[in-house]
Design a protein around this ligand. Sequence first.
Ligand SMILES: CC(C)(COP(=O)(O)OP(=O)(O)OC[C@H]1O[C@@H](n2cnc3c(N)ncnc32)[C@H](O)[C@@H]1OP(=O)(O)O)[C@@H](O)C(=O)NCCC(=O)NCCS
Length: 179
Amino acid sequence: MEIAIETARLLIRELRPTDVEGMFDLDSNPEVHQYLGKHPVQSREETLGVIDFIRQQYIDNGIGRWVMIDKETNDFIGWTGFKYVTDLTNNHINYYDLGYRLRQKYWGKGIATEAAIACLEYGFNQLGFQEVFAMADCENDGSNKILAKLGFSRIETFDLDGEPHHWYHLDKSEFQNKE
Ligand SMILES: CC(C)(COP(=O)(O)OP(=O)(O)OC[C@H]1O[C@@H](n2cnc3c(N)ncnc32)[C@H](O)[C@@H]1OP(=O)(O)O)[C@@H](O)C(=O)NCCC(=O)NCCS
């Protein structure tokens, strides 16, 4: 069954190959990739590979990042939701990571926060998650602010590809107490 979560402004659904233009605009922008390792994509073919990679996770892991669509205009905003992480990351493996990445024209409107709250509600209450992790480059003020607002606890700082990152944790009871 396809995921469909609605918020005041957003439709959150699975990523499709037809999202290639929005995904390319998102991932070819160096500003978007400032705190993501600075490797923006170079071509639509590369973007189609990313879309395939995420859709394969739906099959292999039952979950992967979802896209945010502007309900009024039908425009592609970016992606959010959960990745089931199967590579060892900061000594953790096989856990749910919350993330978000928006096209630059949608920054600063509260959209990442609105989407993250809806995803966490869905993850904890519909998918039965007990805990969720997240991480952000220590200098990524926007992302660190969102995670703090959502109630995540900052556990420690670790090195990811030579860049210091904050490591965050949120369990179901902490999220429910915050609601
Ligand atoms: C980081 C990002 C997701 C923020 O999305 P957004 O929709 O603009 O965030 P919100 O509007 O929900 O902002 C939440 C809070 O963070 C603040 N904030 C957002 N961007 C900020 C920035 N660059 N610097 C400082 N504060 C920022 C907002 O003012 C808001 O604070 P408030 O609630 O006190 O008003 C977006 O800039 C983005 O996609 N960046 C590129 C990809 C990325 O870095 N993803 C995260 C990887 S960990």
